[in-house]
Design a protein around this ligand. Structure first.
Ligand code: FAD
Length: 475
């Protein structure tokens, strides 16, 4: 269908004020935070209710038009990029917190509600939404659910899947389903587990009941500098071996510090090769004891400097390196690609050395800031994508790192999803039988390949063309 007819069709379904088209607007929706793969949609629609999402989906199916769900577009694997054009279904106007049930520690939010706003709504009741991706001031509940997002506090509190009770889903044919239950105990096959982490490939989530967690009584935070990344990662293993499960255990290497100095004037011990941020929370005596043990370990294992926060302001200052690190990387180069492999924690020291070696042999800059406690790496390659051949080098380096994660018994993604980025490596990782099972399960929801095409599953209709287009553009 040509673009004009498509825009007319969507306007007839939703009204003019909920449809945006035109080259300038589409430029804003042609990628997510994985900016090396782009394709513009024909239009973006902004439904406000479940039944409007349903009408959009039905129209798309009747007219064989691909559609791509989108929250805030902060995804790091190209999940919200409209690979075959068509319609982007934005949840930007579905941002309400519909109900806080403090007594039962849960909350009903629309899919476009921003993660940190959910916790703000729960705060007066002494509660919060525990999943806290570093993008939490902008990323949405719909995006968090579909990526099964983690965050710095995943080590103790788990990923989004552990905090979702029920979703309302418009399936790829336009049927509305309520999946899961506000109260525990939901018999039958765990369809909720299937929707969480499905990356927008089994429909559009419009609302969700989320589990709320009590705010911890006490929080202790400290930042330790080490002369080398190896020394810092060895300390991570030592903390866990001690039987401590900190709320957060995050690492940043020297190149992140260079970016932070350049962007915000932040300085750390001059010989710092890596920083380790640790946070212990819970009841006062338990959190305090855990932090004392961590600080002892830092000192015993050669920390150059240990800074402990004594109030909320200092705590926020210590977190700055972690929270603003990615943003600061814009100072190093115009383009960043962040990988997300997972390995057993005990292999972190060797794995980081492998990352540095791959970057150096590929002639790429790399900085690491990651969830060390979970063994969830985030090597960020920084480069200028206008340089000929550069994108191919970045892909090749990324594949080497992901293959190494698999060799070490890990996974190709901890929290950023497969998207378009890792379709190939994920498919190679699974056996043919496992891949067939995954595809068969998706086909229970979707046989048209119109709902978020070219994501996660290989060999979908029209996606050869997508691969050719963007790999071709990379040369
Ligand atoms: C600076 C930065 C820091 C980050 N830190 C973390 C981190 O600590 N942990 C982490 O896990 N991730 C992190 N991310 C990645 C990203 O923020 C998360 O994946 C987030 O959950 C995406 O939310 P979003 O609203 O931006 O979703 P989008 O990027 O818009 O979409 C993500 C995927 O979900 C689908 N989707 C979105 N909404 C819906 C819906 N309502 N129904 C169905 N499908 C939908 C999309 O189609 C897409 O496949 C970070 C990203 C950035 C840029």
């Amino acid at each position: 269908m040509d673009e004009l007819s498509l825009v007319k069709g969507m306007t007839a379904v939703l009204g003019e004020e909920k449809v945006v088209s035109g080259a300038a607007a589409m430029r804003a929706y042609d990628c997510d935070a994985y900016t090396v793969d782009r394709f513009a949609p024909a239009c973006v629609v902004f439904p406000e209710k479940t039944n409007e999402v349903q009408s959009v989906v039905r129209w798309c199916v009747e007219n064989s038009v691909p559609f791509t769900p989108r929250g805030a577009g902060t995804g790091l694997s190209g999940g919200a990029m409209p690979a075959l054009g068509g319609v982007v279904v934005s949840t930007k106007r579905m941002t309400r917190i519909l109900e806080v049930d403090a007594e039962n520690r849960c909350l009903l939010a629309e899919a476009g509600a921003v993660n940190s706003r959910v916790s703000e709504a729960a705060k007066p009741f002494g509660l919060h939404f525990a999943p806290d991706p570093s993008s939490q001031t902008v990323s949405t509940i719909g995006g968090n659910i579909n990526e099964n997002s983690g965050g710095p506090h995943t080590l103790k509190y788990g990923v989004t899947a552990n905090h979702v009770l029920q979703v309302t889903l418009v399936d790829p044919h336009g049927e509305v389903h309520v999946i899961g239950s506000k109260v525990s105990g939901f018999p039958g096959i765990d369809l909720l587990g299937l929707v969480v982490g499905s990356e927008g490939t089994v429909g559009i989530v419009t609302e969700a009941w989320l589990k709320l967690t009590p705010l911890p009584q006490s929080v202790y935070t400290a930042l330790a500098s080490f002369s080398t990344p190896r020394a810092a990662t060895e300390c991570v293993a030592a903390i866990i071996a001690e039987g401590i499960i900190p709320a957060a255990l995050e690492m940043m290497d020297r190149n992140i510090l260079v970016a932070l100095r350049s962007a915000f004037g932040l300085t750390y011990h001059p010989d710092t090769g890596a920083l380790l941020l640790v946070e212990c929370d819970g009841h006062e005596s338990q959190a305090c004891t855990e932090m004392e043990k961590c600080v002892q370990l830092f000192r015993r294992l050669g920390a150059l400097e240990v800074t402990e926060a004594h109030d909320e302001q200092e705590r926020a200052r210590l977190w700055t390196a972690r929270k603003k690190g990615i943003g600061a990387m814009g100072r190093l180069a115009p383009t960043i690609v962040t990988h997300d492999g997972v390995i057993p924690r005990s292999r972190l020291p060797d794995m980081l050395e492998f990352v540095y070696q791959v970057a150096s042999e590929s002639g790429l800059g790399v900085a690491n800031l990651f969830h060390a406690g979970d063994g969830n790496l985030h090597p960020c390659f920084y480069f200028d994508d206008r340089e000929p051949g550069m994108i191919d080098r970045v892909f090749a380096a990324g594949e080497l790192i992901l293959e190494k994660c698999l060799e070490l018994g890990g996974s190709v993604t901890g929290e950023h999803g497969i998207g378009v980025e890792k379709v190939g490596v994920w498919a190679r990782h699974l056996s043919a039988a496992d891949l067939a099972l995954q595809s068969a399960v998706r086909e229970v929801f979707e046989v048209t390949d119109l709902c978020n095409p070219c994501k996660v599953f290989p060999d979908q209709k029209g996606c050869v063309e997508h691969m050719r287009r963007w790999r071709g553009a990379a040369h």
